[in-house]
Write a protein that binds this ligand. Sequence first.
Ligand code: ZN
Length: 424
Amino acid sequence: MTGNADPRHAGEGTTSRARLDRGRGALGPALELVHTGRAPTRAVLTAELGVTRATAGAVAAELEALGLIRVDARPGAAAGSQGRPSHRLALADEGPVVLAAQVHADGFRAALVGLGGRIVATTPSCEAVDADPAKVLGAAVDAGADLLRRTGRHCVGAGLAVPSAVTEPEGLALNPLHLAWPAGAPVREVFAERVRAAGVSGPAFAANDVNLAALAEHRHGAGRGARDLLCVATGHRGVGGALVLDGRLHTGSSGLALEVGHLTVNPEGRPCHCGSRGCLDVEADPLALLTAAGRDPGPEGSLLQQANELIREEYADPTVRTAVETLVDRLGLGLAGLVNILNPDRIILGGLHRTLLDADSERLHAVVADRGLWGRNDGVPILGCSLDHNSLVGAAELAWQPVLDDPLRALAGGTGNTGAAAGR
Ligand SMILES: [Zn+2]
């Protein structure tokens, strides 16, 4: 058999096409490995992707051509898995960015965030939140657009973190209880409109702030490498939770999973805005600590800052120590219930809860272990969140997701999908 009829020839054609397809399919996974710091060299990338050296080389070169990563072939680069020097991979210094915004009870902030969770530029935190979501989101987007103009960076999308459950697929802020926003405010749509109006390119997304904090910590912080990561955190007010399973946020059937703030941890406790009583949300947040310590909230700084400072500066005061113990016990009760239901392999705590962990880690571990099923809970590591502005970085992760899923398509699309605003 000769020429085109030769099956070996046909086979070679198929193989080379298949290699190319595999290479394209590997672009997203390869970018995610470099993005999360898990592929420092081309040799590690090759091993992690399970492809040939040639395919990994082609994939790295393509990501470099897209302006996303840098391939450094200088001698002296770190040794690869075979012990010989391998090309070093790093994120591009001047690559594209996304616009991230966070709204919380005491203000809002905008930032430009690159791959790797790197905050490239940020505005100072603004300290008032208007009752009209469109005004707040408009101001945050305008601040971000101003950063884009000043830095000259190319923007590929926008993400927003809000202190409320956000429904899927509608993108409504269901319970912005600590903002004066109306329940059910269509935050994703409003945000997408403002992004489009400001001339910022790329799709726009919105989600709950603690969900986003957990996602950021899983990719870049204290949650790296965990398989079933539980995150519990106070914002400036209230308490939120999140679960990252196999690298993806578990948000439930309509975005409302892990609303842990309304677990009852003190049946005789104070009334909660949800209609119940003694919820984690009102029993283990910054205001609860100040109240337990007999302190009135002062005018200076957010409640979170005041509560953190009280613990860091006056822990020797027996009243403060007792207040910390009370909150640690309530938090521990809530965590124990969650651990029994979810069986996480790591817990990370943010906001005031991280400070409580730092203050009395032993007591918190003991409360969680005491309430564990079959005496198994004492093995679950409990760590503090480690990123600055993790909700903001998480909002950026939302906007980066289309690029991580399919770099060629997301970047070739340019501004074509502005405002499409699919928020999953
Ligand atoms: Zn409640």
